[in-house]
Write a protein that binds this ligand. Sequence first.
Ligand code: ATP
Ligand code: MG
Length: 562
Amino acid sequence: MTEAPKEPAERSLNFIEQIVEEDIASGKNGGRIHTRFPPEPNGYLHIGHAKSICLNFGLADKYGGKTNLRFDDTNPITEDTEYVESIKADVRWLGFDWENEFYASNYFDQLYLFAERLIEKGLAYVDDSTAEQIAAQKGTPTEPGQESPFRSRTVEENLDLFRKMKNGDFADGQKVLRAKIDMASPNMHFRDPIMYRIKHAHHHRTGDKWCIYPMYDFAHGQSDSIEGITHSLCTLEFEVHRPVYEWYIDQLEIFPSRQIEFARLNLTYTVMSKRKLLQLVNERYVSGWDDPRMPTISGLRRRGYTPSSIREFADRIGIARRENLIDVGLLEFCIREELNKTAPRVMAVLDENPIKVVITNYPEGKTETLHVENNPEDPEAGDRDVPFSREIWIEREDFLENPPKKYFRLFPGGLVRLKGAYIIKCEEAIKNEAGEVTELHCTYIPESRSGSDTSGINVKGTIHWVSVADAVEAEVRLYDRLLTVEDPSSEEGDFKTFINPESLVTVRGLVEPSLKVSPPSGSVQFMRKGYFFVDPDSTPDKLVFNRTVTLKDSWGKVQKKG
Ligand code: ATP
Ligand code: MG
């Protein structure tokens, strides 16, 4: 069901690029390309929006065009300026700059005049039917609907009533304005769609000026047209709205923007609709819109995703005409690939209960400074100072008292290399009364120092470590998928029953002191553990790290085992 990553190099023109190139070749609109990204400010942007942003801005960039950011703010109830601000910040962060910042609400006057124009042409009428009556008259896809008894009102009566609607003479729901199209059309959206409804509600931009608000179908296409948008890209569910989009443009004789639909992004193990994301926030399943488990842009940012990794992802998934489900592993692949090249390596012992290793032949009180390379993938990255001393921490899972064959980490009598430092040999495991290992007594081989190893000894295993005296405490948040099912939309029942109880596991970290001296501004690789990003909850006394992604895709394996 999921699709394999596509190498960008093999990407041919997608179907929208083909349309655009044909339009340019035929001189349509004078070769002008103008797109828009039209979010409704009723939530934070998610990775699906990122696909749309990359498509709209990417197309304009590629063909020398422009892109507007247009807030589709025609629904006063759910919208808020907090969302407007977050949307702008997220689009900028993704690396795009809009030509104009517009609001559908700026066009309320113009849209109102458009509506009067349709009334004057005998193409719209005021309907007193209730919402239930309108629904009942609508018919079904196989049976025609019935015409409303108010459909034959005169132009004068309609104009008068519509003005009264606007002036606040009626209560919510008492009347609507409908387009007079065709109650027998096989396309349900053609059966006299509603253009305006009455809502005595405060709007975050127009305040109390309006008590009637246009419906999406009457606002969107006209806004496109007002802005001279040449290619209006939207998701597939709007395909059935396209005849209405075109009908309004034709009847109003305004600039013919062209609507083109593409498949929305669906990701495995992820819910995407803002309505569901809002539930997660409001019902406190997550800490907020920017919780690192959320598929929001702000969540991904806090998780440690970079703009370029998200753009790369959008590029790889491409643009299709058919709905599909993309493996979230591809998104993880994109950030992992990038961080492998860019993230400095550091050592961190992530363990509530690490084991202390005492190197008995290392002088007490001595600390030496080792120079450990920052990134083997990037020779330019240089190296950093890492203190080494007689006592170090290692993770409990790097020691086994009775190891199986081919266990290359520490065990009694065994040798292992400490990353960037020496080879040590485990001489003795010290236990407490409960039989739990509390300390390992080891010896080190002085000639085996990394970079100047003359010991001639070869060991198979290398483990990471942190000097006890220099270790810096950190809180490390290990994130995993928020949902346990691959395709939440195909499951019955409330999606929240599939929340992964282990989607956040917090552990104690003991990290090397280089992180304290120069806290990384971006990402680091905790060697052998994964890529981590400093969380804004960090304070000078306590670093907090979010796990962006593990070093390898371990999910498939765990699933099979479980
Ligand atoms: P949601 O259903 O998540 O609330 P929406 O479509 O209502 O999303 P809008 O703010 O209206 O959200 O969307 C702004 C633009 O982003 C639209 O052009 C919409 O088609 C596009 N978009 C939204 N979700 C996706 C998605 N999953 N994949 C691709 N594009 C999307
Ligand atoms: Mg919407």
